[in-house]
Design a protein around this ligand. Structure first.
Ligand code: HMG
Length: 388
């Protein structure tokens, strides 16, 4: 029985900062961002947006199609947790009107946890093929101002419907894993921004890729040459280019640089203008590939490398199904990205510094988002979400 991704949809904030604006303020060459790290814009969440509203907006089109009662489990992956106890998914459960018999849980391991959610969802569906599991990954990437990480911020959420006989991508059961206790990127509970050892994190990412790939090769007969496209975790698009060259070299691939670039270039398009969306980023990369590849991907095999700092890496594969083109949300995604508003540097700072109340008073939040769901207030330490 085939199990995998039946439908996929993503959402990002309506606001972005062009990295040329950031470069100008920092007296940096914009090519460092546009070419050096391969990023052009970064999404900035509005004050009334958070991982819950981004997630509900991403998942809404899927629920409108299958109906709220179709979902047996909601797995919510994030590293931008809003509560130490309550899963962000429980708020989403209400906003989407899911059935009260649907189970909900939140998962965490930096950017990797969406892949853990996907694998667990596949296992649940394999046990009960008539059920559908909703996997949501939602994050807001924040680094300190005037640090090398600042240009790699972003925000976004992706929602995937996992089912049997999927219409988009069937996920193969063989996986390669690598785990090591390292401090390349982390965010202690008392901080709102991540701490990162930037250069080290890129080295650990490549090491995890090598080790996860070697583990994958022990359990799967597939070789590098059997895979036509590759989706990598995307902290910034240059990272995927480096990773792919690394993997090709490890496998002594005969492909030339242009052929290698062709195996990943369509996965990078959305990320270049959204920025890092942590757990969501590799799956937004998958959307980007499925929605922008000039040739049909039907029956092609895709390699996925999911990485979460700290660190856990996983290599796995999926096969694109015949007829997948008819099941995409291409025009909705592209219209959403085209309709975003550009921020000035001062507007960016205002969003960046928007207060995060902790005093238990009543804090109404102005309506800024253009999304369907918003965080309307935080009062008495409770977050109040509404449907617009
Ligand atoms: P940096 O150190 O300021 O940048 O920040 P740099 O000086 O290394 O320059 C970057 C590239 O731009 C270099 O190219 C330069 O040569 C080039 P490379 O040598 O790498 O090929 N460059 C230029 N190119 C054209 N024109 C110019 C120019 N100037 C320079 N004028 C760093 C880079 C990655 C350290 C920083 O962005 C950072 O700290 N980012 C955050 C950490 C990160 O994203 N790490 C990635 C791996 S870890 C990961 O993916 C997990 C994560 O998503 C979190 C999670 O799992 O939860 C982060």
């Amino acid at each position: 029985m085939s199990v995998g991704i039946d439908e996929i949809s993503f959402y990002t904030s309506n606001y972005f900062l062009d990295l040329r604006t950031l470069a100008e303020v920092q007296h940096t060459d914009p090519d460092k961002y546009y070419t050096g790290i391969g990023q052009e814009r970064m999404g900035m969440a509005a004050p009334d947006e958070d991982i819950v509203t981004l997630a509900a907006n991403a998942a809404l089109p899927l629920i409108e199609r299958v109906g709220p009662d179709a979902i047996s489990t909601l797995l919510f992956a994030t590293e931008t947790g809003i509560d130490q106890s309550k899963s962000a998914g429980v708020y989403v459960h209400r906003l989407l009107g899911l059935n009260s018999n649907c189970r909900v849980v939140e998962l965490k391991q930096a950017c990797y946890s969406a892949t853990a959610a996907l694998q667990m969802a596949c296992a649940l569906v394999a046990r009960q093929p008539q059920r559908k599991v909703l996997v949501i990954a939602s994050d807001i990437a924040r680094y300190d101002l005037n640090t090398p990480g600042e240009a790699t911020q972003g925000c976004g959420a992706v929602a995937m419907l996992i089912g049997s006989d999927p219409r988009l991508v069937s996920i193969e059961p063989e996986v390669g894993n690598y785990t090591e206790d390292v401090m390349d990127f982390w965010r202690p509970n008392y901080r709102t921004t991540a701490l990162v050892d930037g250069k080290y994190s890129t080295k650990i990412y490549l090491k995890a890729l090598k080790r996860a790939w070697e583990n994958f090769r022990e359990v799967s007969p597939l070789t590098f040459g059997d895979l036509s496209h590759f989706c990598y975790h995307l902290p910034f698009s240059r990272m995927a280019q480096k990773a792919h060259q690394h993997l090709a070299k490890l496998n002594r691939s005969p492909l030339d640089p242009e052929q290698l670039e062709a195996q990943i270039e369509e996965t990078l398009l959305y990320n270049r203008t959204i920025g890092n969306s942590y757990t969501a980023s590799m799956y937004i990369g998958l959307c980007s590939l499925l929605e922008n590849c000039r040739n049909s991907l039907a029956d092609s095999r895709i390699g996925f490398f999911s990485y979460g700092s700290g660190c856990v890496g996983e290599f796995f594969t999926g096969t694109v199904r015949q007829g997948y083109e008819a099941c995409l949300h291409r025009s909705r995604h592209q219209q959403m990205l085209a309709a975003r508003s550009e921020l000035s540097y001062d507007e960016y700072l205002e969003l960046y510094r928007y207060p995060d109340p902790r005093d238990g008073e009543v804090h109404e939040i102005p309506q800024v988002t253009t999304g369907r769901f918003r965080l309307a207030a935080i009062s008495h330490h409770k977050r109040e979400y509404i449907i617009c």
